[in-house]
Write a protein that binds this ligand. Structure first.
Ligand code: EPZ
Length: 416
């Protein structure tokens, strides 16, 4: 198994190019199930989760071709409505085939995604919404079976803001009879990107990016051609790395508007940040101020940046309070950071981080995607040689992260 080795203590400097967004690419590639014919997607990141998505779609009968960051998908040959356990267990987001399959084939059999390291992550709101649209839902043998004569538009209120729940029901409702209104919907940029793709395929979606999305069903859709938006979490991870190391970097190809809450908090730590179109320039502070954060659905502070920001707070002057309100078990990285000398106390969903003068290098274990990113960041500032094990977690969501950090002057390498 690969591991990543880092010699800490270098200030980062230079430019880094941001890749396409994982959490936009997954639902967008899956939306190809909604129309016959060739779809083309550009700026698709080179990630393990994208490979899992391609496998999922080809298992359903899709024709997939990829060259560099372009992916061509044609699902005219869709020949099954089943997404098997072996594919779904690799990637929870596979559940996103449920809405499009029911919309297109009136039937779907999808393995239920189990829990994951960061929380139970139920899909009850996905199923409740599909049932409201008229689908019969059965759970048996670890699978959800859905079938319908005809999806009918209706009003759906989400008890909890859910990103993939909103995406799944958006993709079901575009081919339903009549109008669907999604209330308390997720407002993430990835939702807006998916609505842009679906509207370019002939759908009629209004209000994506707000808490109320209206979808007027249409009878059919045509294939899409779309450029995936930049990855705001990857961009945020590099911005935090600059703040951590007192570095001076230009994050290129990002969408600054998508990073409002992150940029705001980084400025409060003392980092100087200027934005010039698609480039975010950051100069980290010599003395990092401690700042409190509370994770929230977009446009609040993203939970996918919590672990990375905690590393910054672990060497800040003073004490900060971090509240994780989205996932019930997203502090797994804390025990590894403590092994590197961080002073963190967990109580319920709150972490109290007392800044220390420096972290010390250690062999550490990655446990989930964003936790592993935080261990890489900790290694960049820790004194000595850090070894991060199980980096396959990283490869799910970061494209060539060690090469990008090396390009900024870090002493970092992957060991097979
Ligand atoms: C998406 O997950 C992202 N994944 C996650 O990114 C991200 O952390 C999360 O949104 C929150 O921003 C993708 O887009 C592929 P949710 P998702 O449904 O949609 C509860 C990463 O690191 N809930 O918005 O699965 C749920 O348990 C990943 O890139 C229900 O109770 O998250 C959680 O507490 C990790 N019932 C809350 O809602 C449901 O039916 C928000 O989860 C659905 C969700």
């Amino acid at each position: 198994m690969d591991k990543i080795i880092i010699e800490g203590g270098r200030r980062l400097a230079g430019e880094v190019q941001i890749s396409g967004a994982k959490n936009a690419a997954l639902p967008i590639l899956i939306s190809s199930l909604l129309a016959d014919g060739p779809n083309t997607y550009y700026n698709v990141p080179d990630l393990q989760d994208i490979e899992s998505t391609k496998l999922l779609l080809s298992n359903l009968g899709g024709q997939i071709e990829a060259e560099a960051d372009r992916v061509h998908i044609d699902t005219s040959g869709l020949n099954t409505y089943e997404a098997p356990y072996d594919v779904v267990r690799k990637m929870r987001a596979s559940i996103l085939v449920l809405g499009p399959l029911v919309a297109r084939l009136k039937k779907a059999r999808v393995s239920l995604p189990g829990g994951c390291a960061i929380g139970a992550r139920p899909i009850n709101l996905h199923l409740k919404g599909l049932a409201a649209l008229g689908a019969r839902i059965d759970l048996a043998h670890g699978y959800v079976e859905a079938s319908v004569d005809e999806l009918r538009g209706t009003e759906i209120y989400f008890d909890v803001v859910t990103v993939t729940g909103t995406e799944n029901l958006m993709m079901a409702a575009v081919l339903a009879k009549g109008t669907t209104i999604l209330r308390n919907a997720a407002r993430e940029p990835e939702i807006v990107a998916l609505s842009e793709v679906l509207n370019s395929m002939g759908a009629d979606i209004r209000g994506a990016g707000t808490a109320v999305i209206t979808i007027n069903g249409v009878s059919e859709l045509k294939p899409a051609s779309y450029r995936i938006i930049p990855d705001r979490i990857e961009a945020g991870t590099f911005l935090v790395a600059a703040a951590l190391t007192g570095g001076n970097i230009a994050v290129q190809g990002a969408e600054p508007d998508h990073l409002g809450a992150v940029i705001d908090k980084l400025r409060l730590t003392g980092a100087e940040i200027s934005v010039d179109e698609k480039v975010i320039n950051i100069q980290g502070a010599n003395d990092i101020s401690s700042v409190n954060i509370q994770t929230q659905p977009y446009p609040g502070f993203p939970t996918d940046m919590q672990a990375q920001f905690m590393v910054l707070m672990s060497i800040a002057s003073g004490t900060s309070v971090i509240s994780e309100t989205i996932f019930e078990n997203r502090y797994i990285h804390v025990s590894e950071l403590r092994r590197m000398g961080a002073d963190i106390i967990i109580s319920g969903n709150t972490a109290t981080v007392k800044g220390v003068a420096k972290l010390s290098a250690a062999p550490v274990m990655a446990t989930d995607l964003r936790a592993s990113a935080s261990l890489i960041l900790a290694g960049l500032v820790a004194e000595g040689r850090t070894e991060v094990h199980r980096v396959y977690h990283l490869d799910r969501g970061y494209q060539a992260i060690e090469k990008k950090f090396a390009g900024l002057g870090a002493s970092i390498q992957r060991v097979k």
